[in-house]
Design a binder for this molecule. Structure first.
Ligand code: PHE
Length: 585
């Protein structure tokens, strides 16, 4: 599959529309549906959380899904290329999205490594007692993770996880390195299998004693929670994460469609399939929580736990309790559950890697698909081993997960602004409508131009403000300096994005902002929030001014305008309808 810059290679193609939809659903339906969604629901007021969730789905999730699939297919490129073709000034947003996706992929693979370990142990103890039978909490934090918050243990590798991690990355490489043809086949298994397993587990769960209490807890609303802006931010974050929008994944996947493929309906199918699966997963989790509460003679709110421990402590505890119903139940359900997690996660993981590969290949002619995937899989393994699969891995993971969500919500915001204001929106709408079974009405325009960006600005702003004024996330158990990891990560995303897009002016602005911030902090001894806010003002105002002046100076340059305000032009697009193998760029 080598290619030289002189003979552009035909773009890789899905075998069918069905393959594309399955792959998109596979990317969306992932660990997030089982591990993140139920946790967000109970933190966000049970049934009441469905309100911000559905609002976020309709005002941001679906419009952005359509947008991403639309631009990917229209511009036939991964995120950086597609965004660059809309407006040259925004290539960096594409790279930023990929940077966020990369970090998520790196810890996502480690969660899969946990699942491998549990699956292995369940099979090994199929005839005896499961190793976490005594105390699942001690087992997870002790035997598996050896969790430690001491600075000297931060980088101590947990070997049981390394095997699973290697297995995960090897699988990802095997699946994606030859292009999307194989991806299209793999998803025929990895999409229906976990959903089927979820149904089986739901049936088992709902027929358990106490299941009703759990469901009641899941669905009963606590409306007071809706006053908290953080709940809304979480709902938006969950929708983005769950639908895989804001990472360039759907852009890359859609770029492997022929130009004449449906967009809108595919986006709807993917979104609804994903959220329905989340809803189903909620039943699986909460029915079992109800059962657990009855068994341990407490109420459901005493047994629920946040984050990962839901999947690796609470659910496993309940599995052990199934032993009362017959000794064969625990290992059987354990195997089904962890198999479900693995098959659920793998297609999400490789979609993130695929998106990054697409970006790199579009950009650098010497990077083939094979090379790009090899480099990323190896890098993912190495980063996983040294950070997320260590005794402090949970801390790194939690921080990365929390801060990355600002990243992808920000990408969503930028995408709306770029399409809505820095590109002729009608051109995209026209293209989408020409290709799609369902036509976009005014609501889409309204969302992309107004509703989505406004709500994202409000919730991003509220979230960041809370972050700066209240406390920096990540300080709870871990060494104090680890609070800087999150903001540092975001900063690194920006630097990487500007570098890869070769947008030096933006890079320079950012660096001077950081320098000024540090000067405020160390030089003048101002507080943390004062320093951050001060330097932020500088970056936004001076940066914005600079960009506008630059645009004004080039304003008369018609050719530049051509390049900035849209590519390809209408006639060319029409010509390209059937010629899918056009020599791009
Ligand atoms: N959507 C996946 C999930 O819910 C996670 C994911 C995020 C996949 C980003 C791709 C990109 O688990």
């Amino acid at each position: 599959m080598s290619r030289t810059p002189l003979e552009p290679q035909k773009r890789d193609r899905w075998d069918s529309r069905f393959a594309f939809i399955m792959a998109a659903v596979g990317s969306a339906v992932g660990l997030g549906n089982v591990w993140r969604f139920p946790a967000k629901v109970y933190e966000g007021g049970g049934g009441a959380f469905f309100i911000p969730y559905i609002v976020a789905l309709i005002t941001a999730g679906i419009p952005l899904m359509i947008l991403e699939m639309g631009i990917g297919q229209m511009f036939q490129g991964g995120a950086p290329k597609a965004l660059r073709r809309m407006n040259r000034n925004f290539e960096w947003v594409g790279w930023f999205a990929l940077a966020v996706g990369t970090v998520i992929a790196f810890y996502y693979a480690v969660v899969m490594a946990y699942s491998w370990h549990y699956l292995y142990e369940s099979v090994r103890h199929a005839l005896g007692t499961l190793p976490w039978a005594g105390n699942a909490e001690d087992y997870f934090y002790g035997a598996v993770l050896e969790k430690s918050t001491k600075p000297e243990d931060l980088f101590v590798i947990r070997w049981p996880l390394v095997v699973g991690l290697a297995l995960t990355w090897a699988l990802v490489f095997l699946i994606i390195h030859r292009g999307v043809h194989r991806v299209g086949r793999v998803v025929l298994i990895t999409v229906p299998l976990p959903i089927l397993l979820l149904v089986v587990l739901a049936v088992r769960g709902l027929t358990l004693e106490g299941a009703f209490q759990g469901i009641e807890y899941y669905l009963t609303p606590d409306f007071a929670k809706l006053k908290d802006p953080r709940v809304w931010l979480e709902a938006y974050g969950q929708i983005f994460f769950s639908l895989s929008v804001g990472f360039g994944v759907m852009i890359a996947y859609a770029s492997y469609n022929r130009r004449r493929s449906d967009i809108t309906n595919n986006a709807f199918i993917t979104s609804f399939a994903n959220c329905a699966t989340s809803f189903l997963a909620g039943f699986v989790v909460f029915s079992v929580l109800g059962f657990l509460a009855v068994k341990t003679h407490t109420s459901v709110d005493k047994v629920v736990s946040g984050g990962l421990s839901l999947a690796f402590v609470t659910y496993p505890t309940a599995i052990v309790k199934l032993g009362d119903l017959g000794a064969f139940w625990p290992p059987v359900v354990a195997v089904l559950f962890f198999l479900m997690l693995l098959s659920l996660g793998i297609d999400s993981l490789f979609s993130m890697v695929e998106a990054v590969c697409a970006g790199l290949e579009d950009r650098y002619a010497f990077i083939t698909h094979r090379r790009a995937s090899a480099i990323l899989c190896i890098l993912g393994f190495v980063v996983g081993v040294f950070f997320f699969a260590t005794r402090a891995g949970l801390g790194w993971l939690d921080i990365a997960d929390h801060w990355a969500s600002y990243g992808f919500v920000f990408v969503g915001l930028m995408q709306c602004l770029i399409v809505g204001y820095f590109f002729r929106t009608e051109r995209l709408t026209h293209y989408i409508n020409t290709m799609s079974e369902i036509h976009l009405g005014g609501w889409w325009d309204l969302c992309i131009r107004l509703i989505t960006p406004l709500s994202l600005i409000i919730f991003l702003g509220a979230g960041l403000l809370w972050e700066i004024t209240d406390r920096l996330y990540g300080s709870a158990d871990w060494p104090r300096w680890m609070v800087l990891v999150g903001p540092g990560l975001l900063l690194a995303f920006f630097v990487a994005a500007f570098l890869l897009a070769r947008q030096w002016y933006l890079l320079a602005t950012l660096i001077s902002g950081v320098v000024v911030g540090l000067a405020f902090y160390y030089g003048f001894g101002l507080g943390l929030s004062a320093s951050i806010l001060g330097s932020m003002m500088l970056v936004v105002l001076l940066g914005g001014l600079g960009v506008c002046i630059r645009i004004a100076m080039k304003g008369k340059d018609v050719e530049h305008h051509e390049r900035t305000h849209g590519w390809p032009d209408e006639e060319r697009l029409a010509l390209l309808d059937d010629a899918d193998d056009d020599p791009d760029d």
